[in-house]
Design a protein around this ligand. Sequence first.
Ligand code: FAD
Length: 498
Amino acid sequence: MSESPSTTSSQRFDVILIGGGIMSTTLGAILKELQPEWRIALFEKLDGAGQESSDPWNNAGTGHTAFCELNYTPRGTDGSISTAKACGIAEQFHVSRQLWSHWVREGTLGSPRTFINALPHISFVWGEKNCQYLRDRYEAMRAEPLFAHIEHSEDLDAIGEWAPLLSTGRAAEQPVAASKFEDGTDVDFGSVSRQLAGHLDSEGVELRYSHEVTGLSRGTDGRWDLKVKNTAGGEKFTASARFVFVGAGGGALSLLQSSGIEEIRGFGGFPVSGQFLRALDTSTAEQHHAKVYGLASVGAPPMSVPHLDTRFVEGRRSLMFGPYAGFSTNFLKSGSYFDLPFSVRGHNLLPMLRVGATNTSLVTYLLKEIAKTHKKKVEALRDFFPEAEADKWELITAGQRVQVMKKNEDGKGVLQFGTELIAAADGSIAGLLGASPGASTAPSIMFKLLERCFPGQIEAWKPHLEVMVPSYGRILNEDEKLLSEVTESTAEALQLDV
Ligand SMILES: Cc1cc2nc3c(=O)[nH]c(=O)nc-3n(C[C@H](O)[C@H](O)[C@H](O)COP(=O)(O)OP(=O)(O)OC[C@H]3O[C@@H](n4cnc5c(N)ncnc54)[C@H](O)[C@@H]3O)c2cc1C
């Protein structure tokens, strides 16, 4: 086999993971457990793991179980509420809970309190039409075993007992409604990423921080050659692998484009940045213990659903409200203004232009968001917390989300808000585009990747996968006994008993 002159034997791997966020570290930990003898390297351009979107201040930390996110239960054209998407997301979060429980038992992850906390999830709306929607959603949700324990109230005092900040100072005549799940969670995905990276290091994975992958190409031997630059020391070298995972978050699009694989043709990215208000006053934060999600404004992308939520970072409680959308052409918080223009190719120009032309409500929403002053931002907060005072909240910048723009069947373009797994037909390279529901579903996405990219090994891995995730390959909503066993055992392992 011919090797590029700069590739020494020490830079040849079975697997290379690009990026040190929740996705790469999850995949690395799964693979290391399944194939301990494989040589794995992880290249991360920053000086540590979990510092981009997976950092706890860069995302909302919601363990997305579809308990409170109203965009997962839309009303269909026939007037009925669809629970299909919500069920799919809840199933995926149960997979995450099982894998994290397994890793806590194995010592791969530390004490559950360092990364996950029990926290009620509440949906809250006002106005008669929205109250009717929530009432109908409650009926549809409680028919599903996954959501049978939902609680609902339209009484302001009762809602105030769930979340006092919502009711204090609110006009008694305003119609309001809330649905609640007591067993929601807040997750510090940065902590999970860092703990998994530490585990990989201890298991002999070559963890290289401050190493940026600047391009990749297919060698004549079928291996992938990666150009790597040490951003601290300046030296450049090539590393090669049989399989590459592009877990570079917002940096994934350009790396997948650089690989030249057919499957990335027609894809583009549209960056939307996020901002949150954070309460400066700890006594206000102490009065709220929930993630409260409302309805998105017209034209707003689903990930901009407003929420007033408790967060736990390094054991400290915070109260946040947002997100407010911003616009920057960066694809990563640590990226470059040239990310968007440099991502334009002949094959994605038309879909991107078409998305711009057909999403005027999104463009209008973004322009309005960018123009919002601090006073206007606090006005939006007062819809949830009527007594909020403007000078007791500070604005923080969260992470970048790169929404997927994709060529559809008619060759034109559509904007997508989900996560898209892109894999080469031969399974030698895969990457992730998009954002939502994101970090919460990382284990399910990585299992899907294994099935797609390692079809020859997956059958042999199955017994071990079932140890990691006892419900692997089964649908909990169709097996109430298994659902209850899995819920109880993970609540115990993750210390989530409420
Ligand atoms: C405002 C906001 C709110 C969100 N809220 C939630 C939520 O409540 N719940 C939820 O589940 N998800 C949420 N998400 C989504 C979630 O944060 C992401 O899906 C998840 O963190 C993505 O993980 P990742 O590993 O793919 O990317 P990242 O965490 O961004 O990691 C990618 C890594 O790759 C590195 N990298 C990039 N390019 C290169 C390169 N060329 N060479 C080497 N390294 C490179 C980056 O430095 C980075 O460390 C939210 C996202 C945002 C922005």
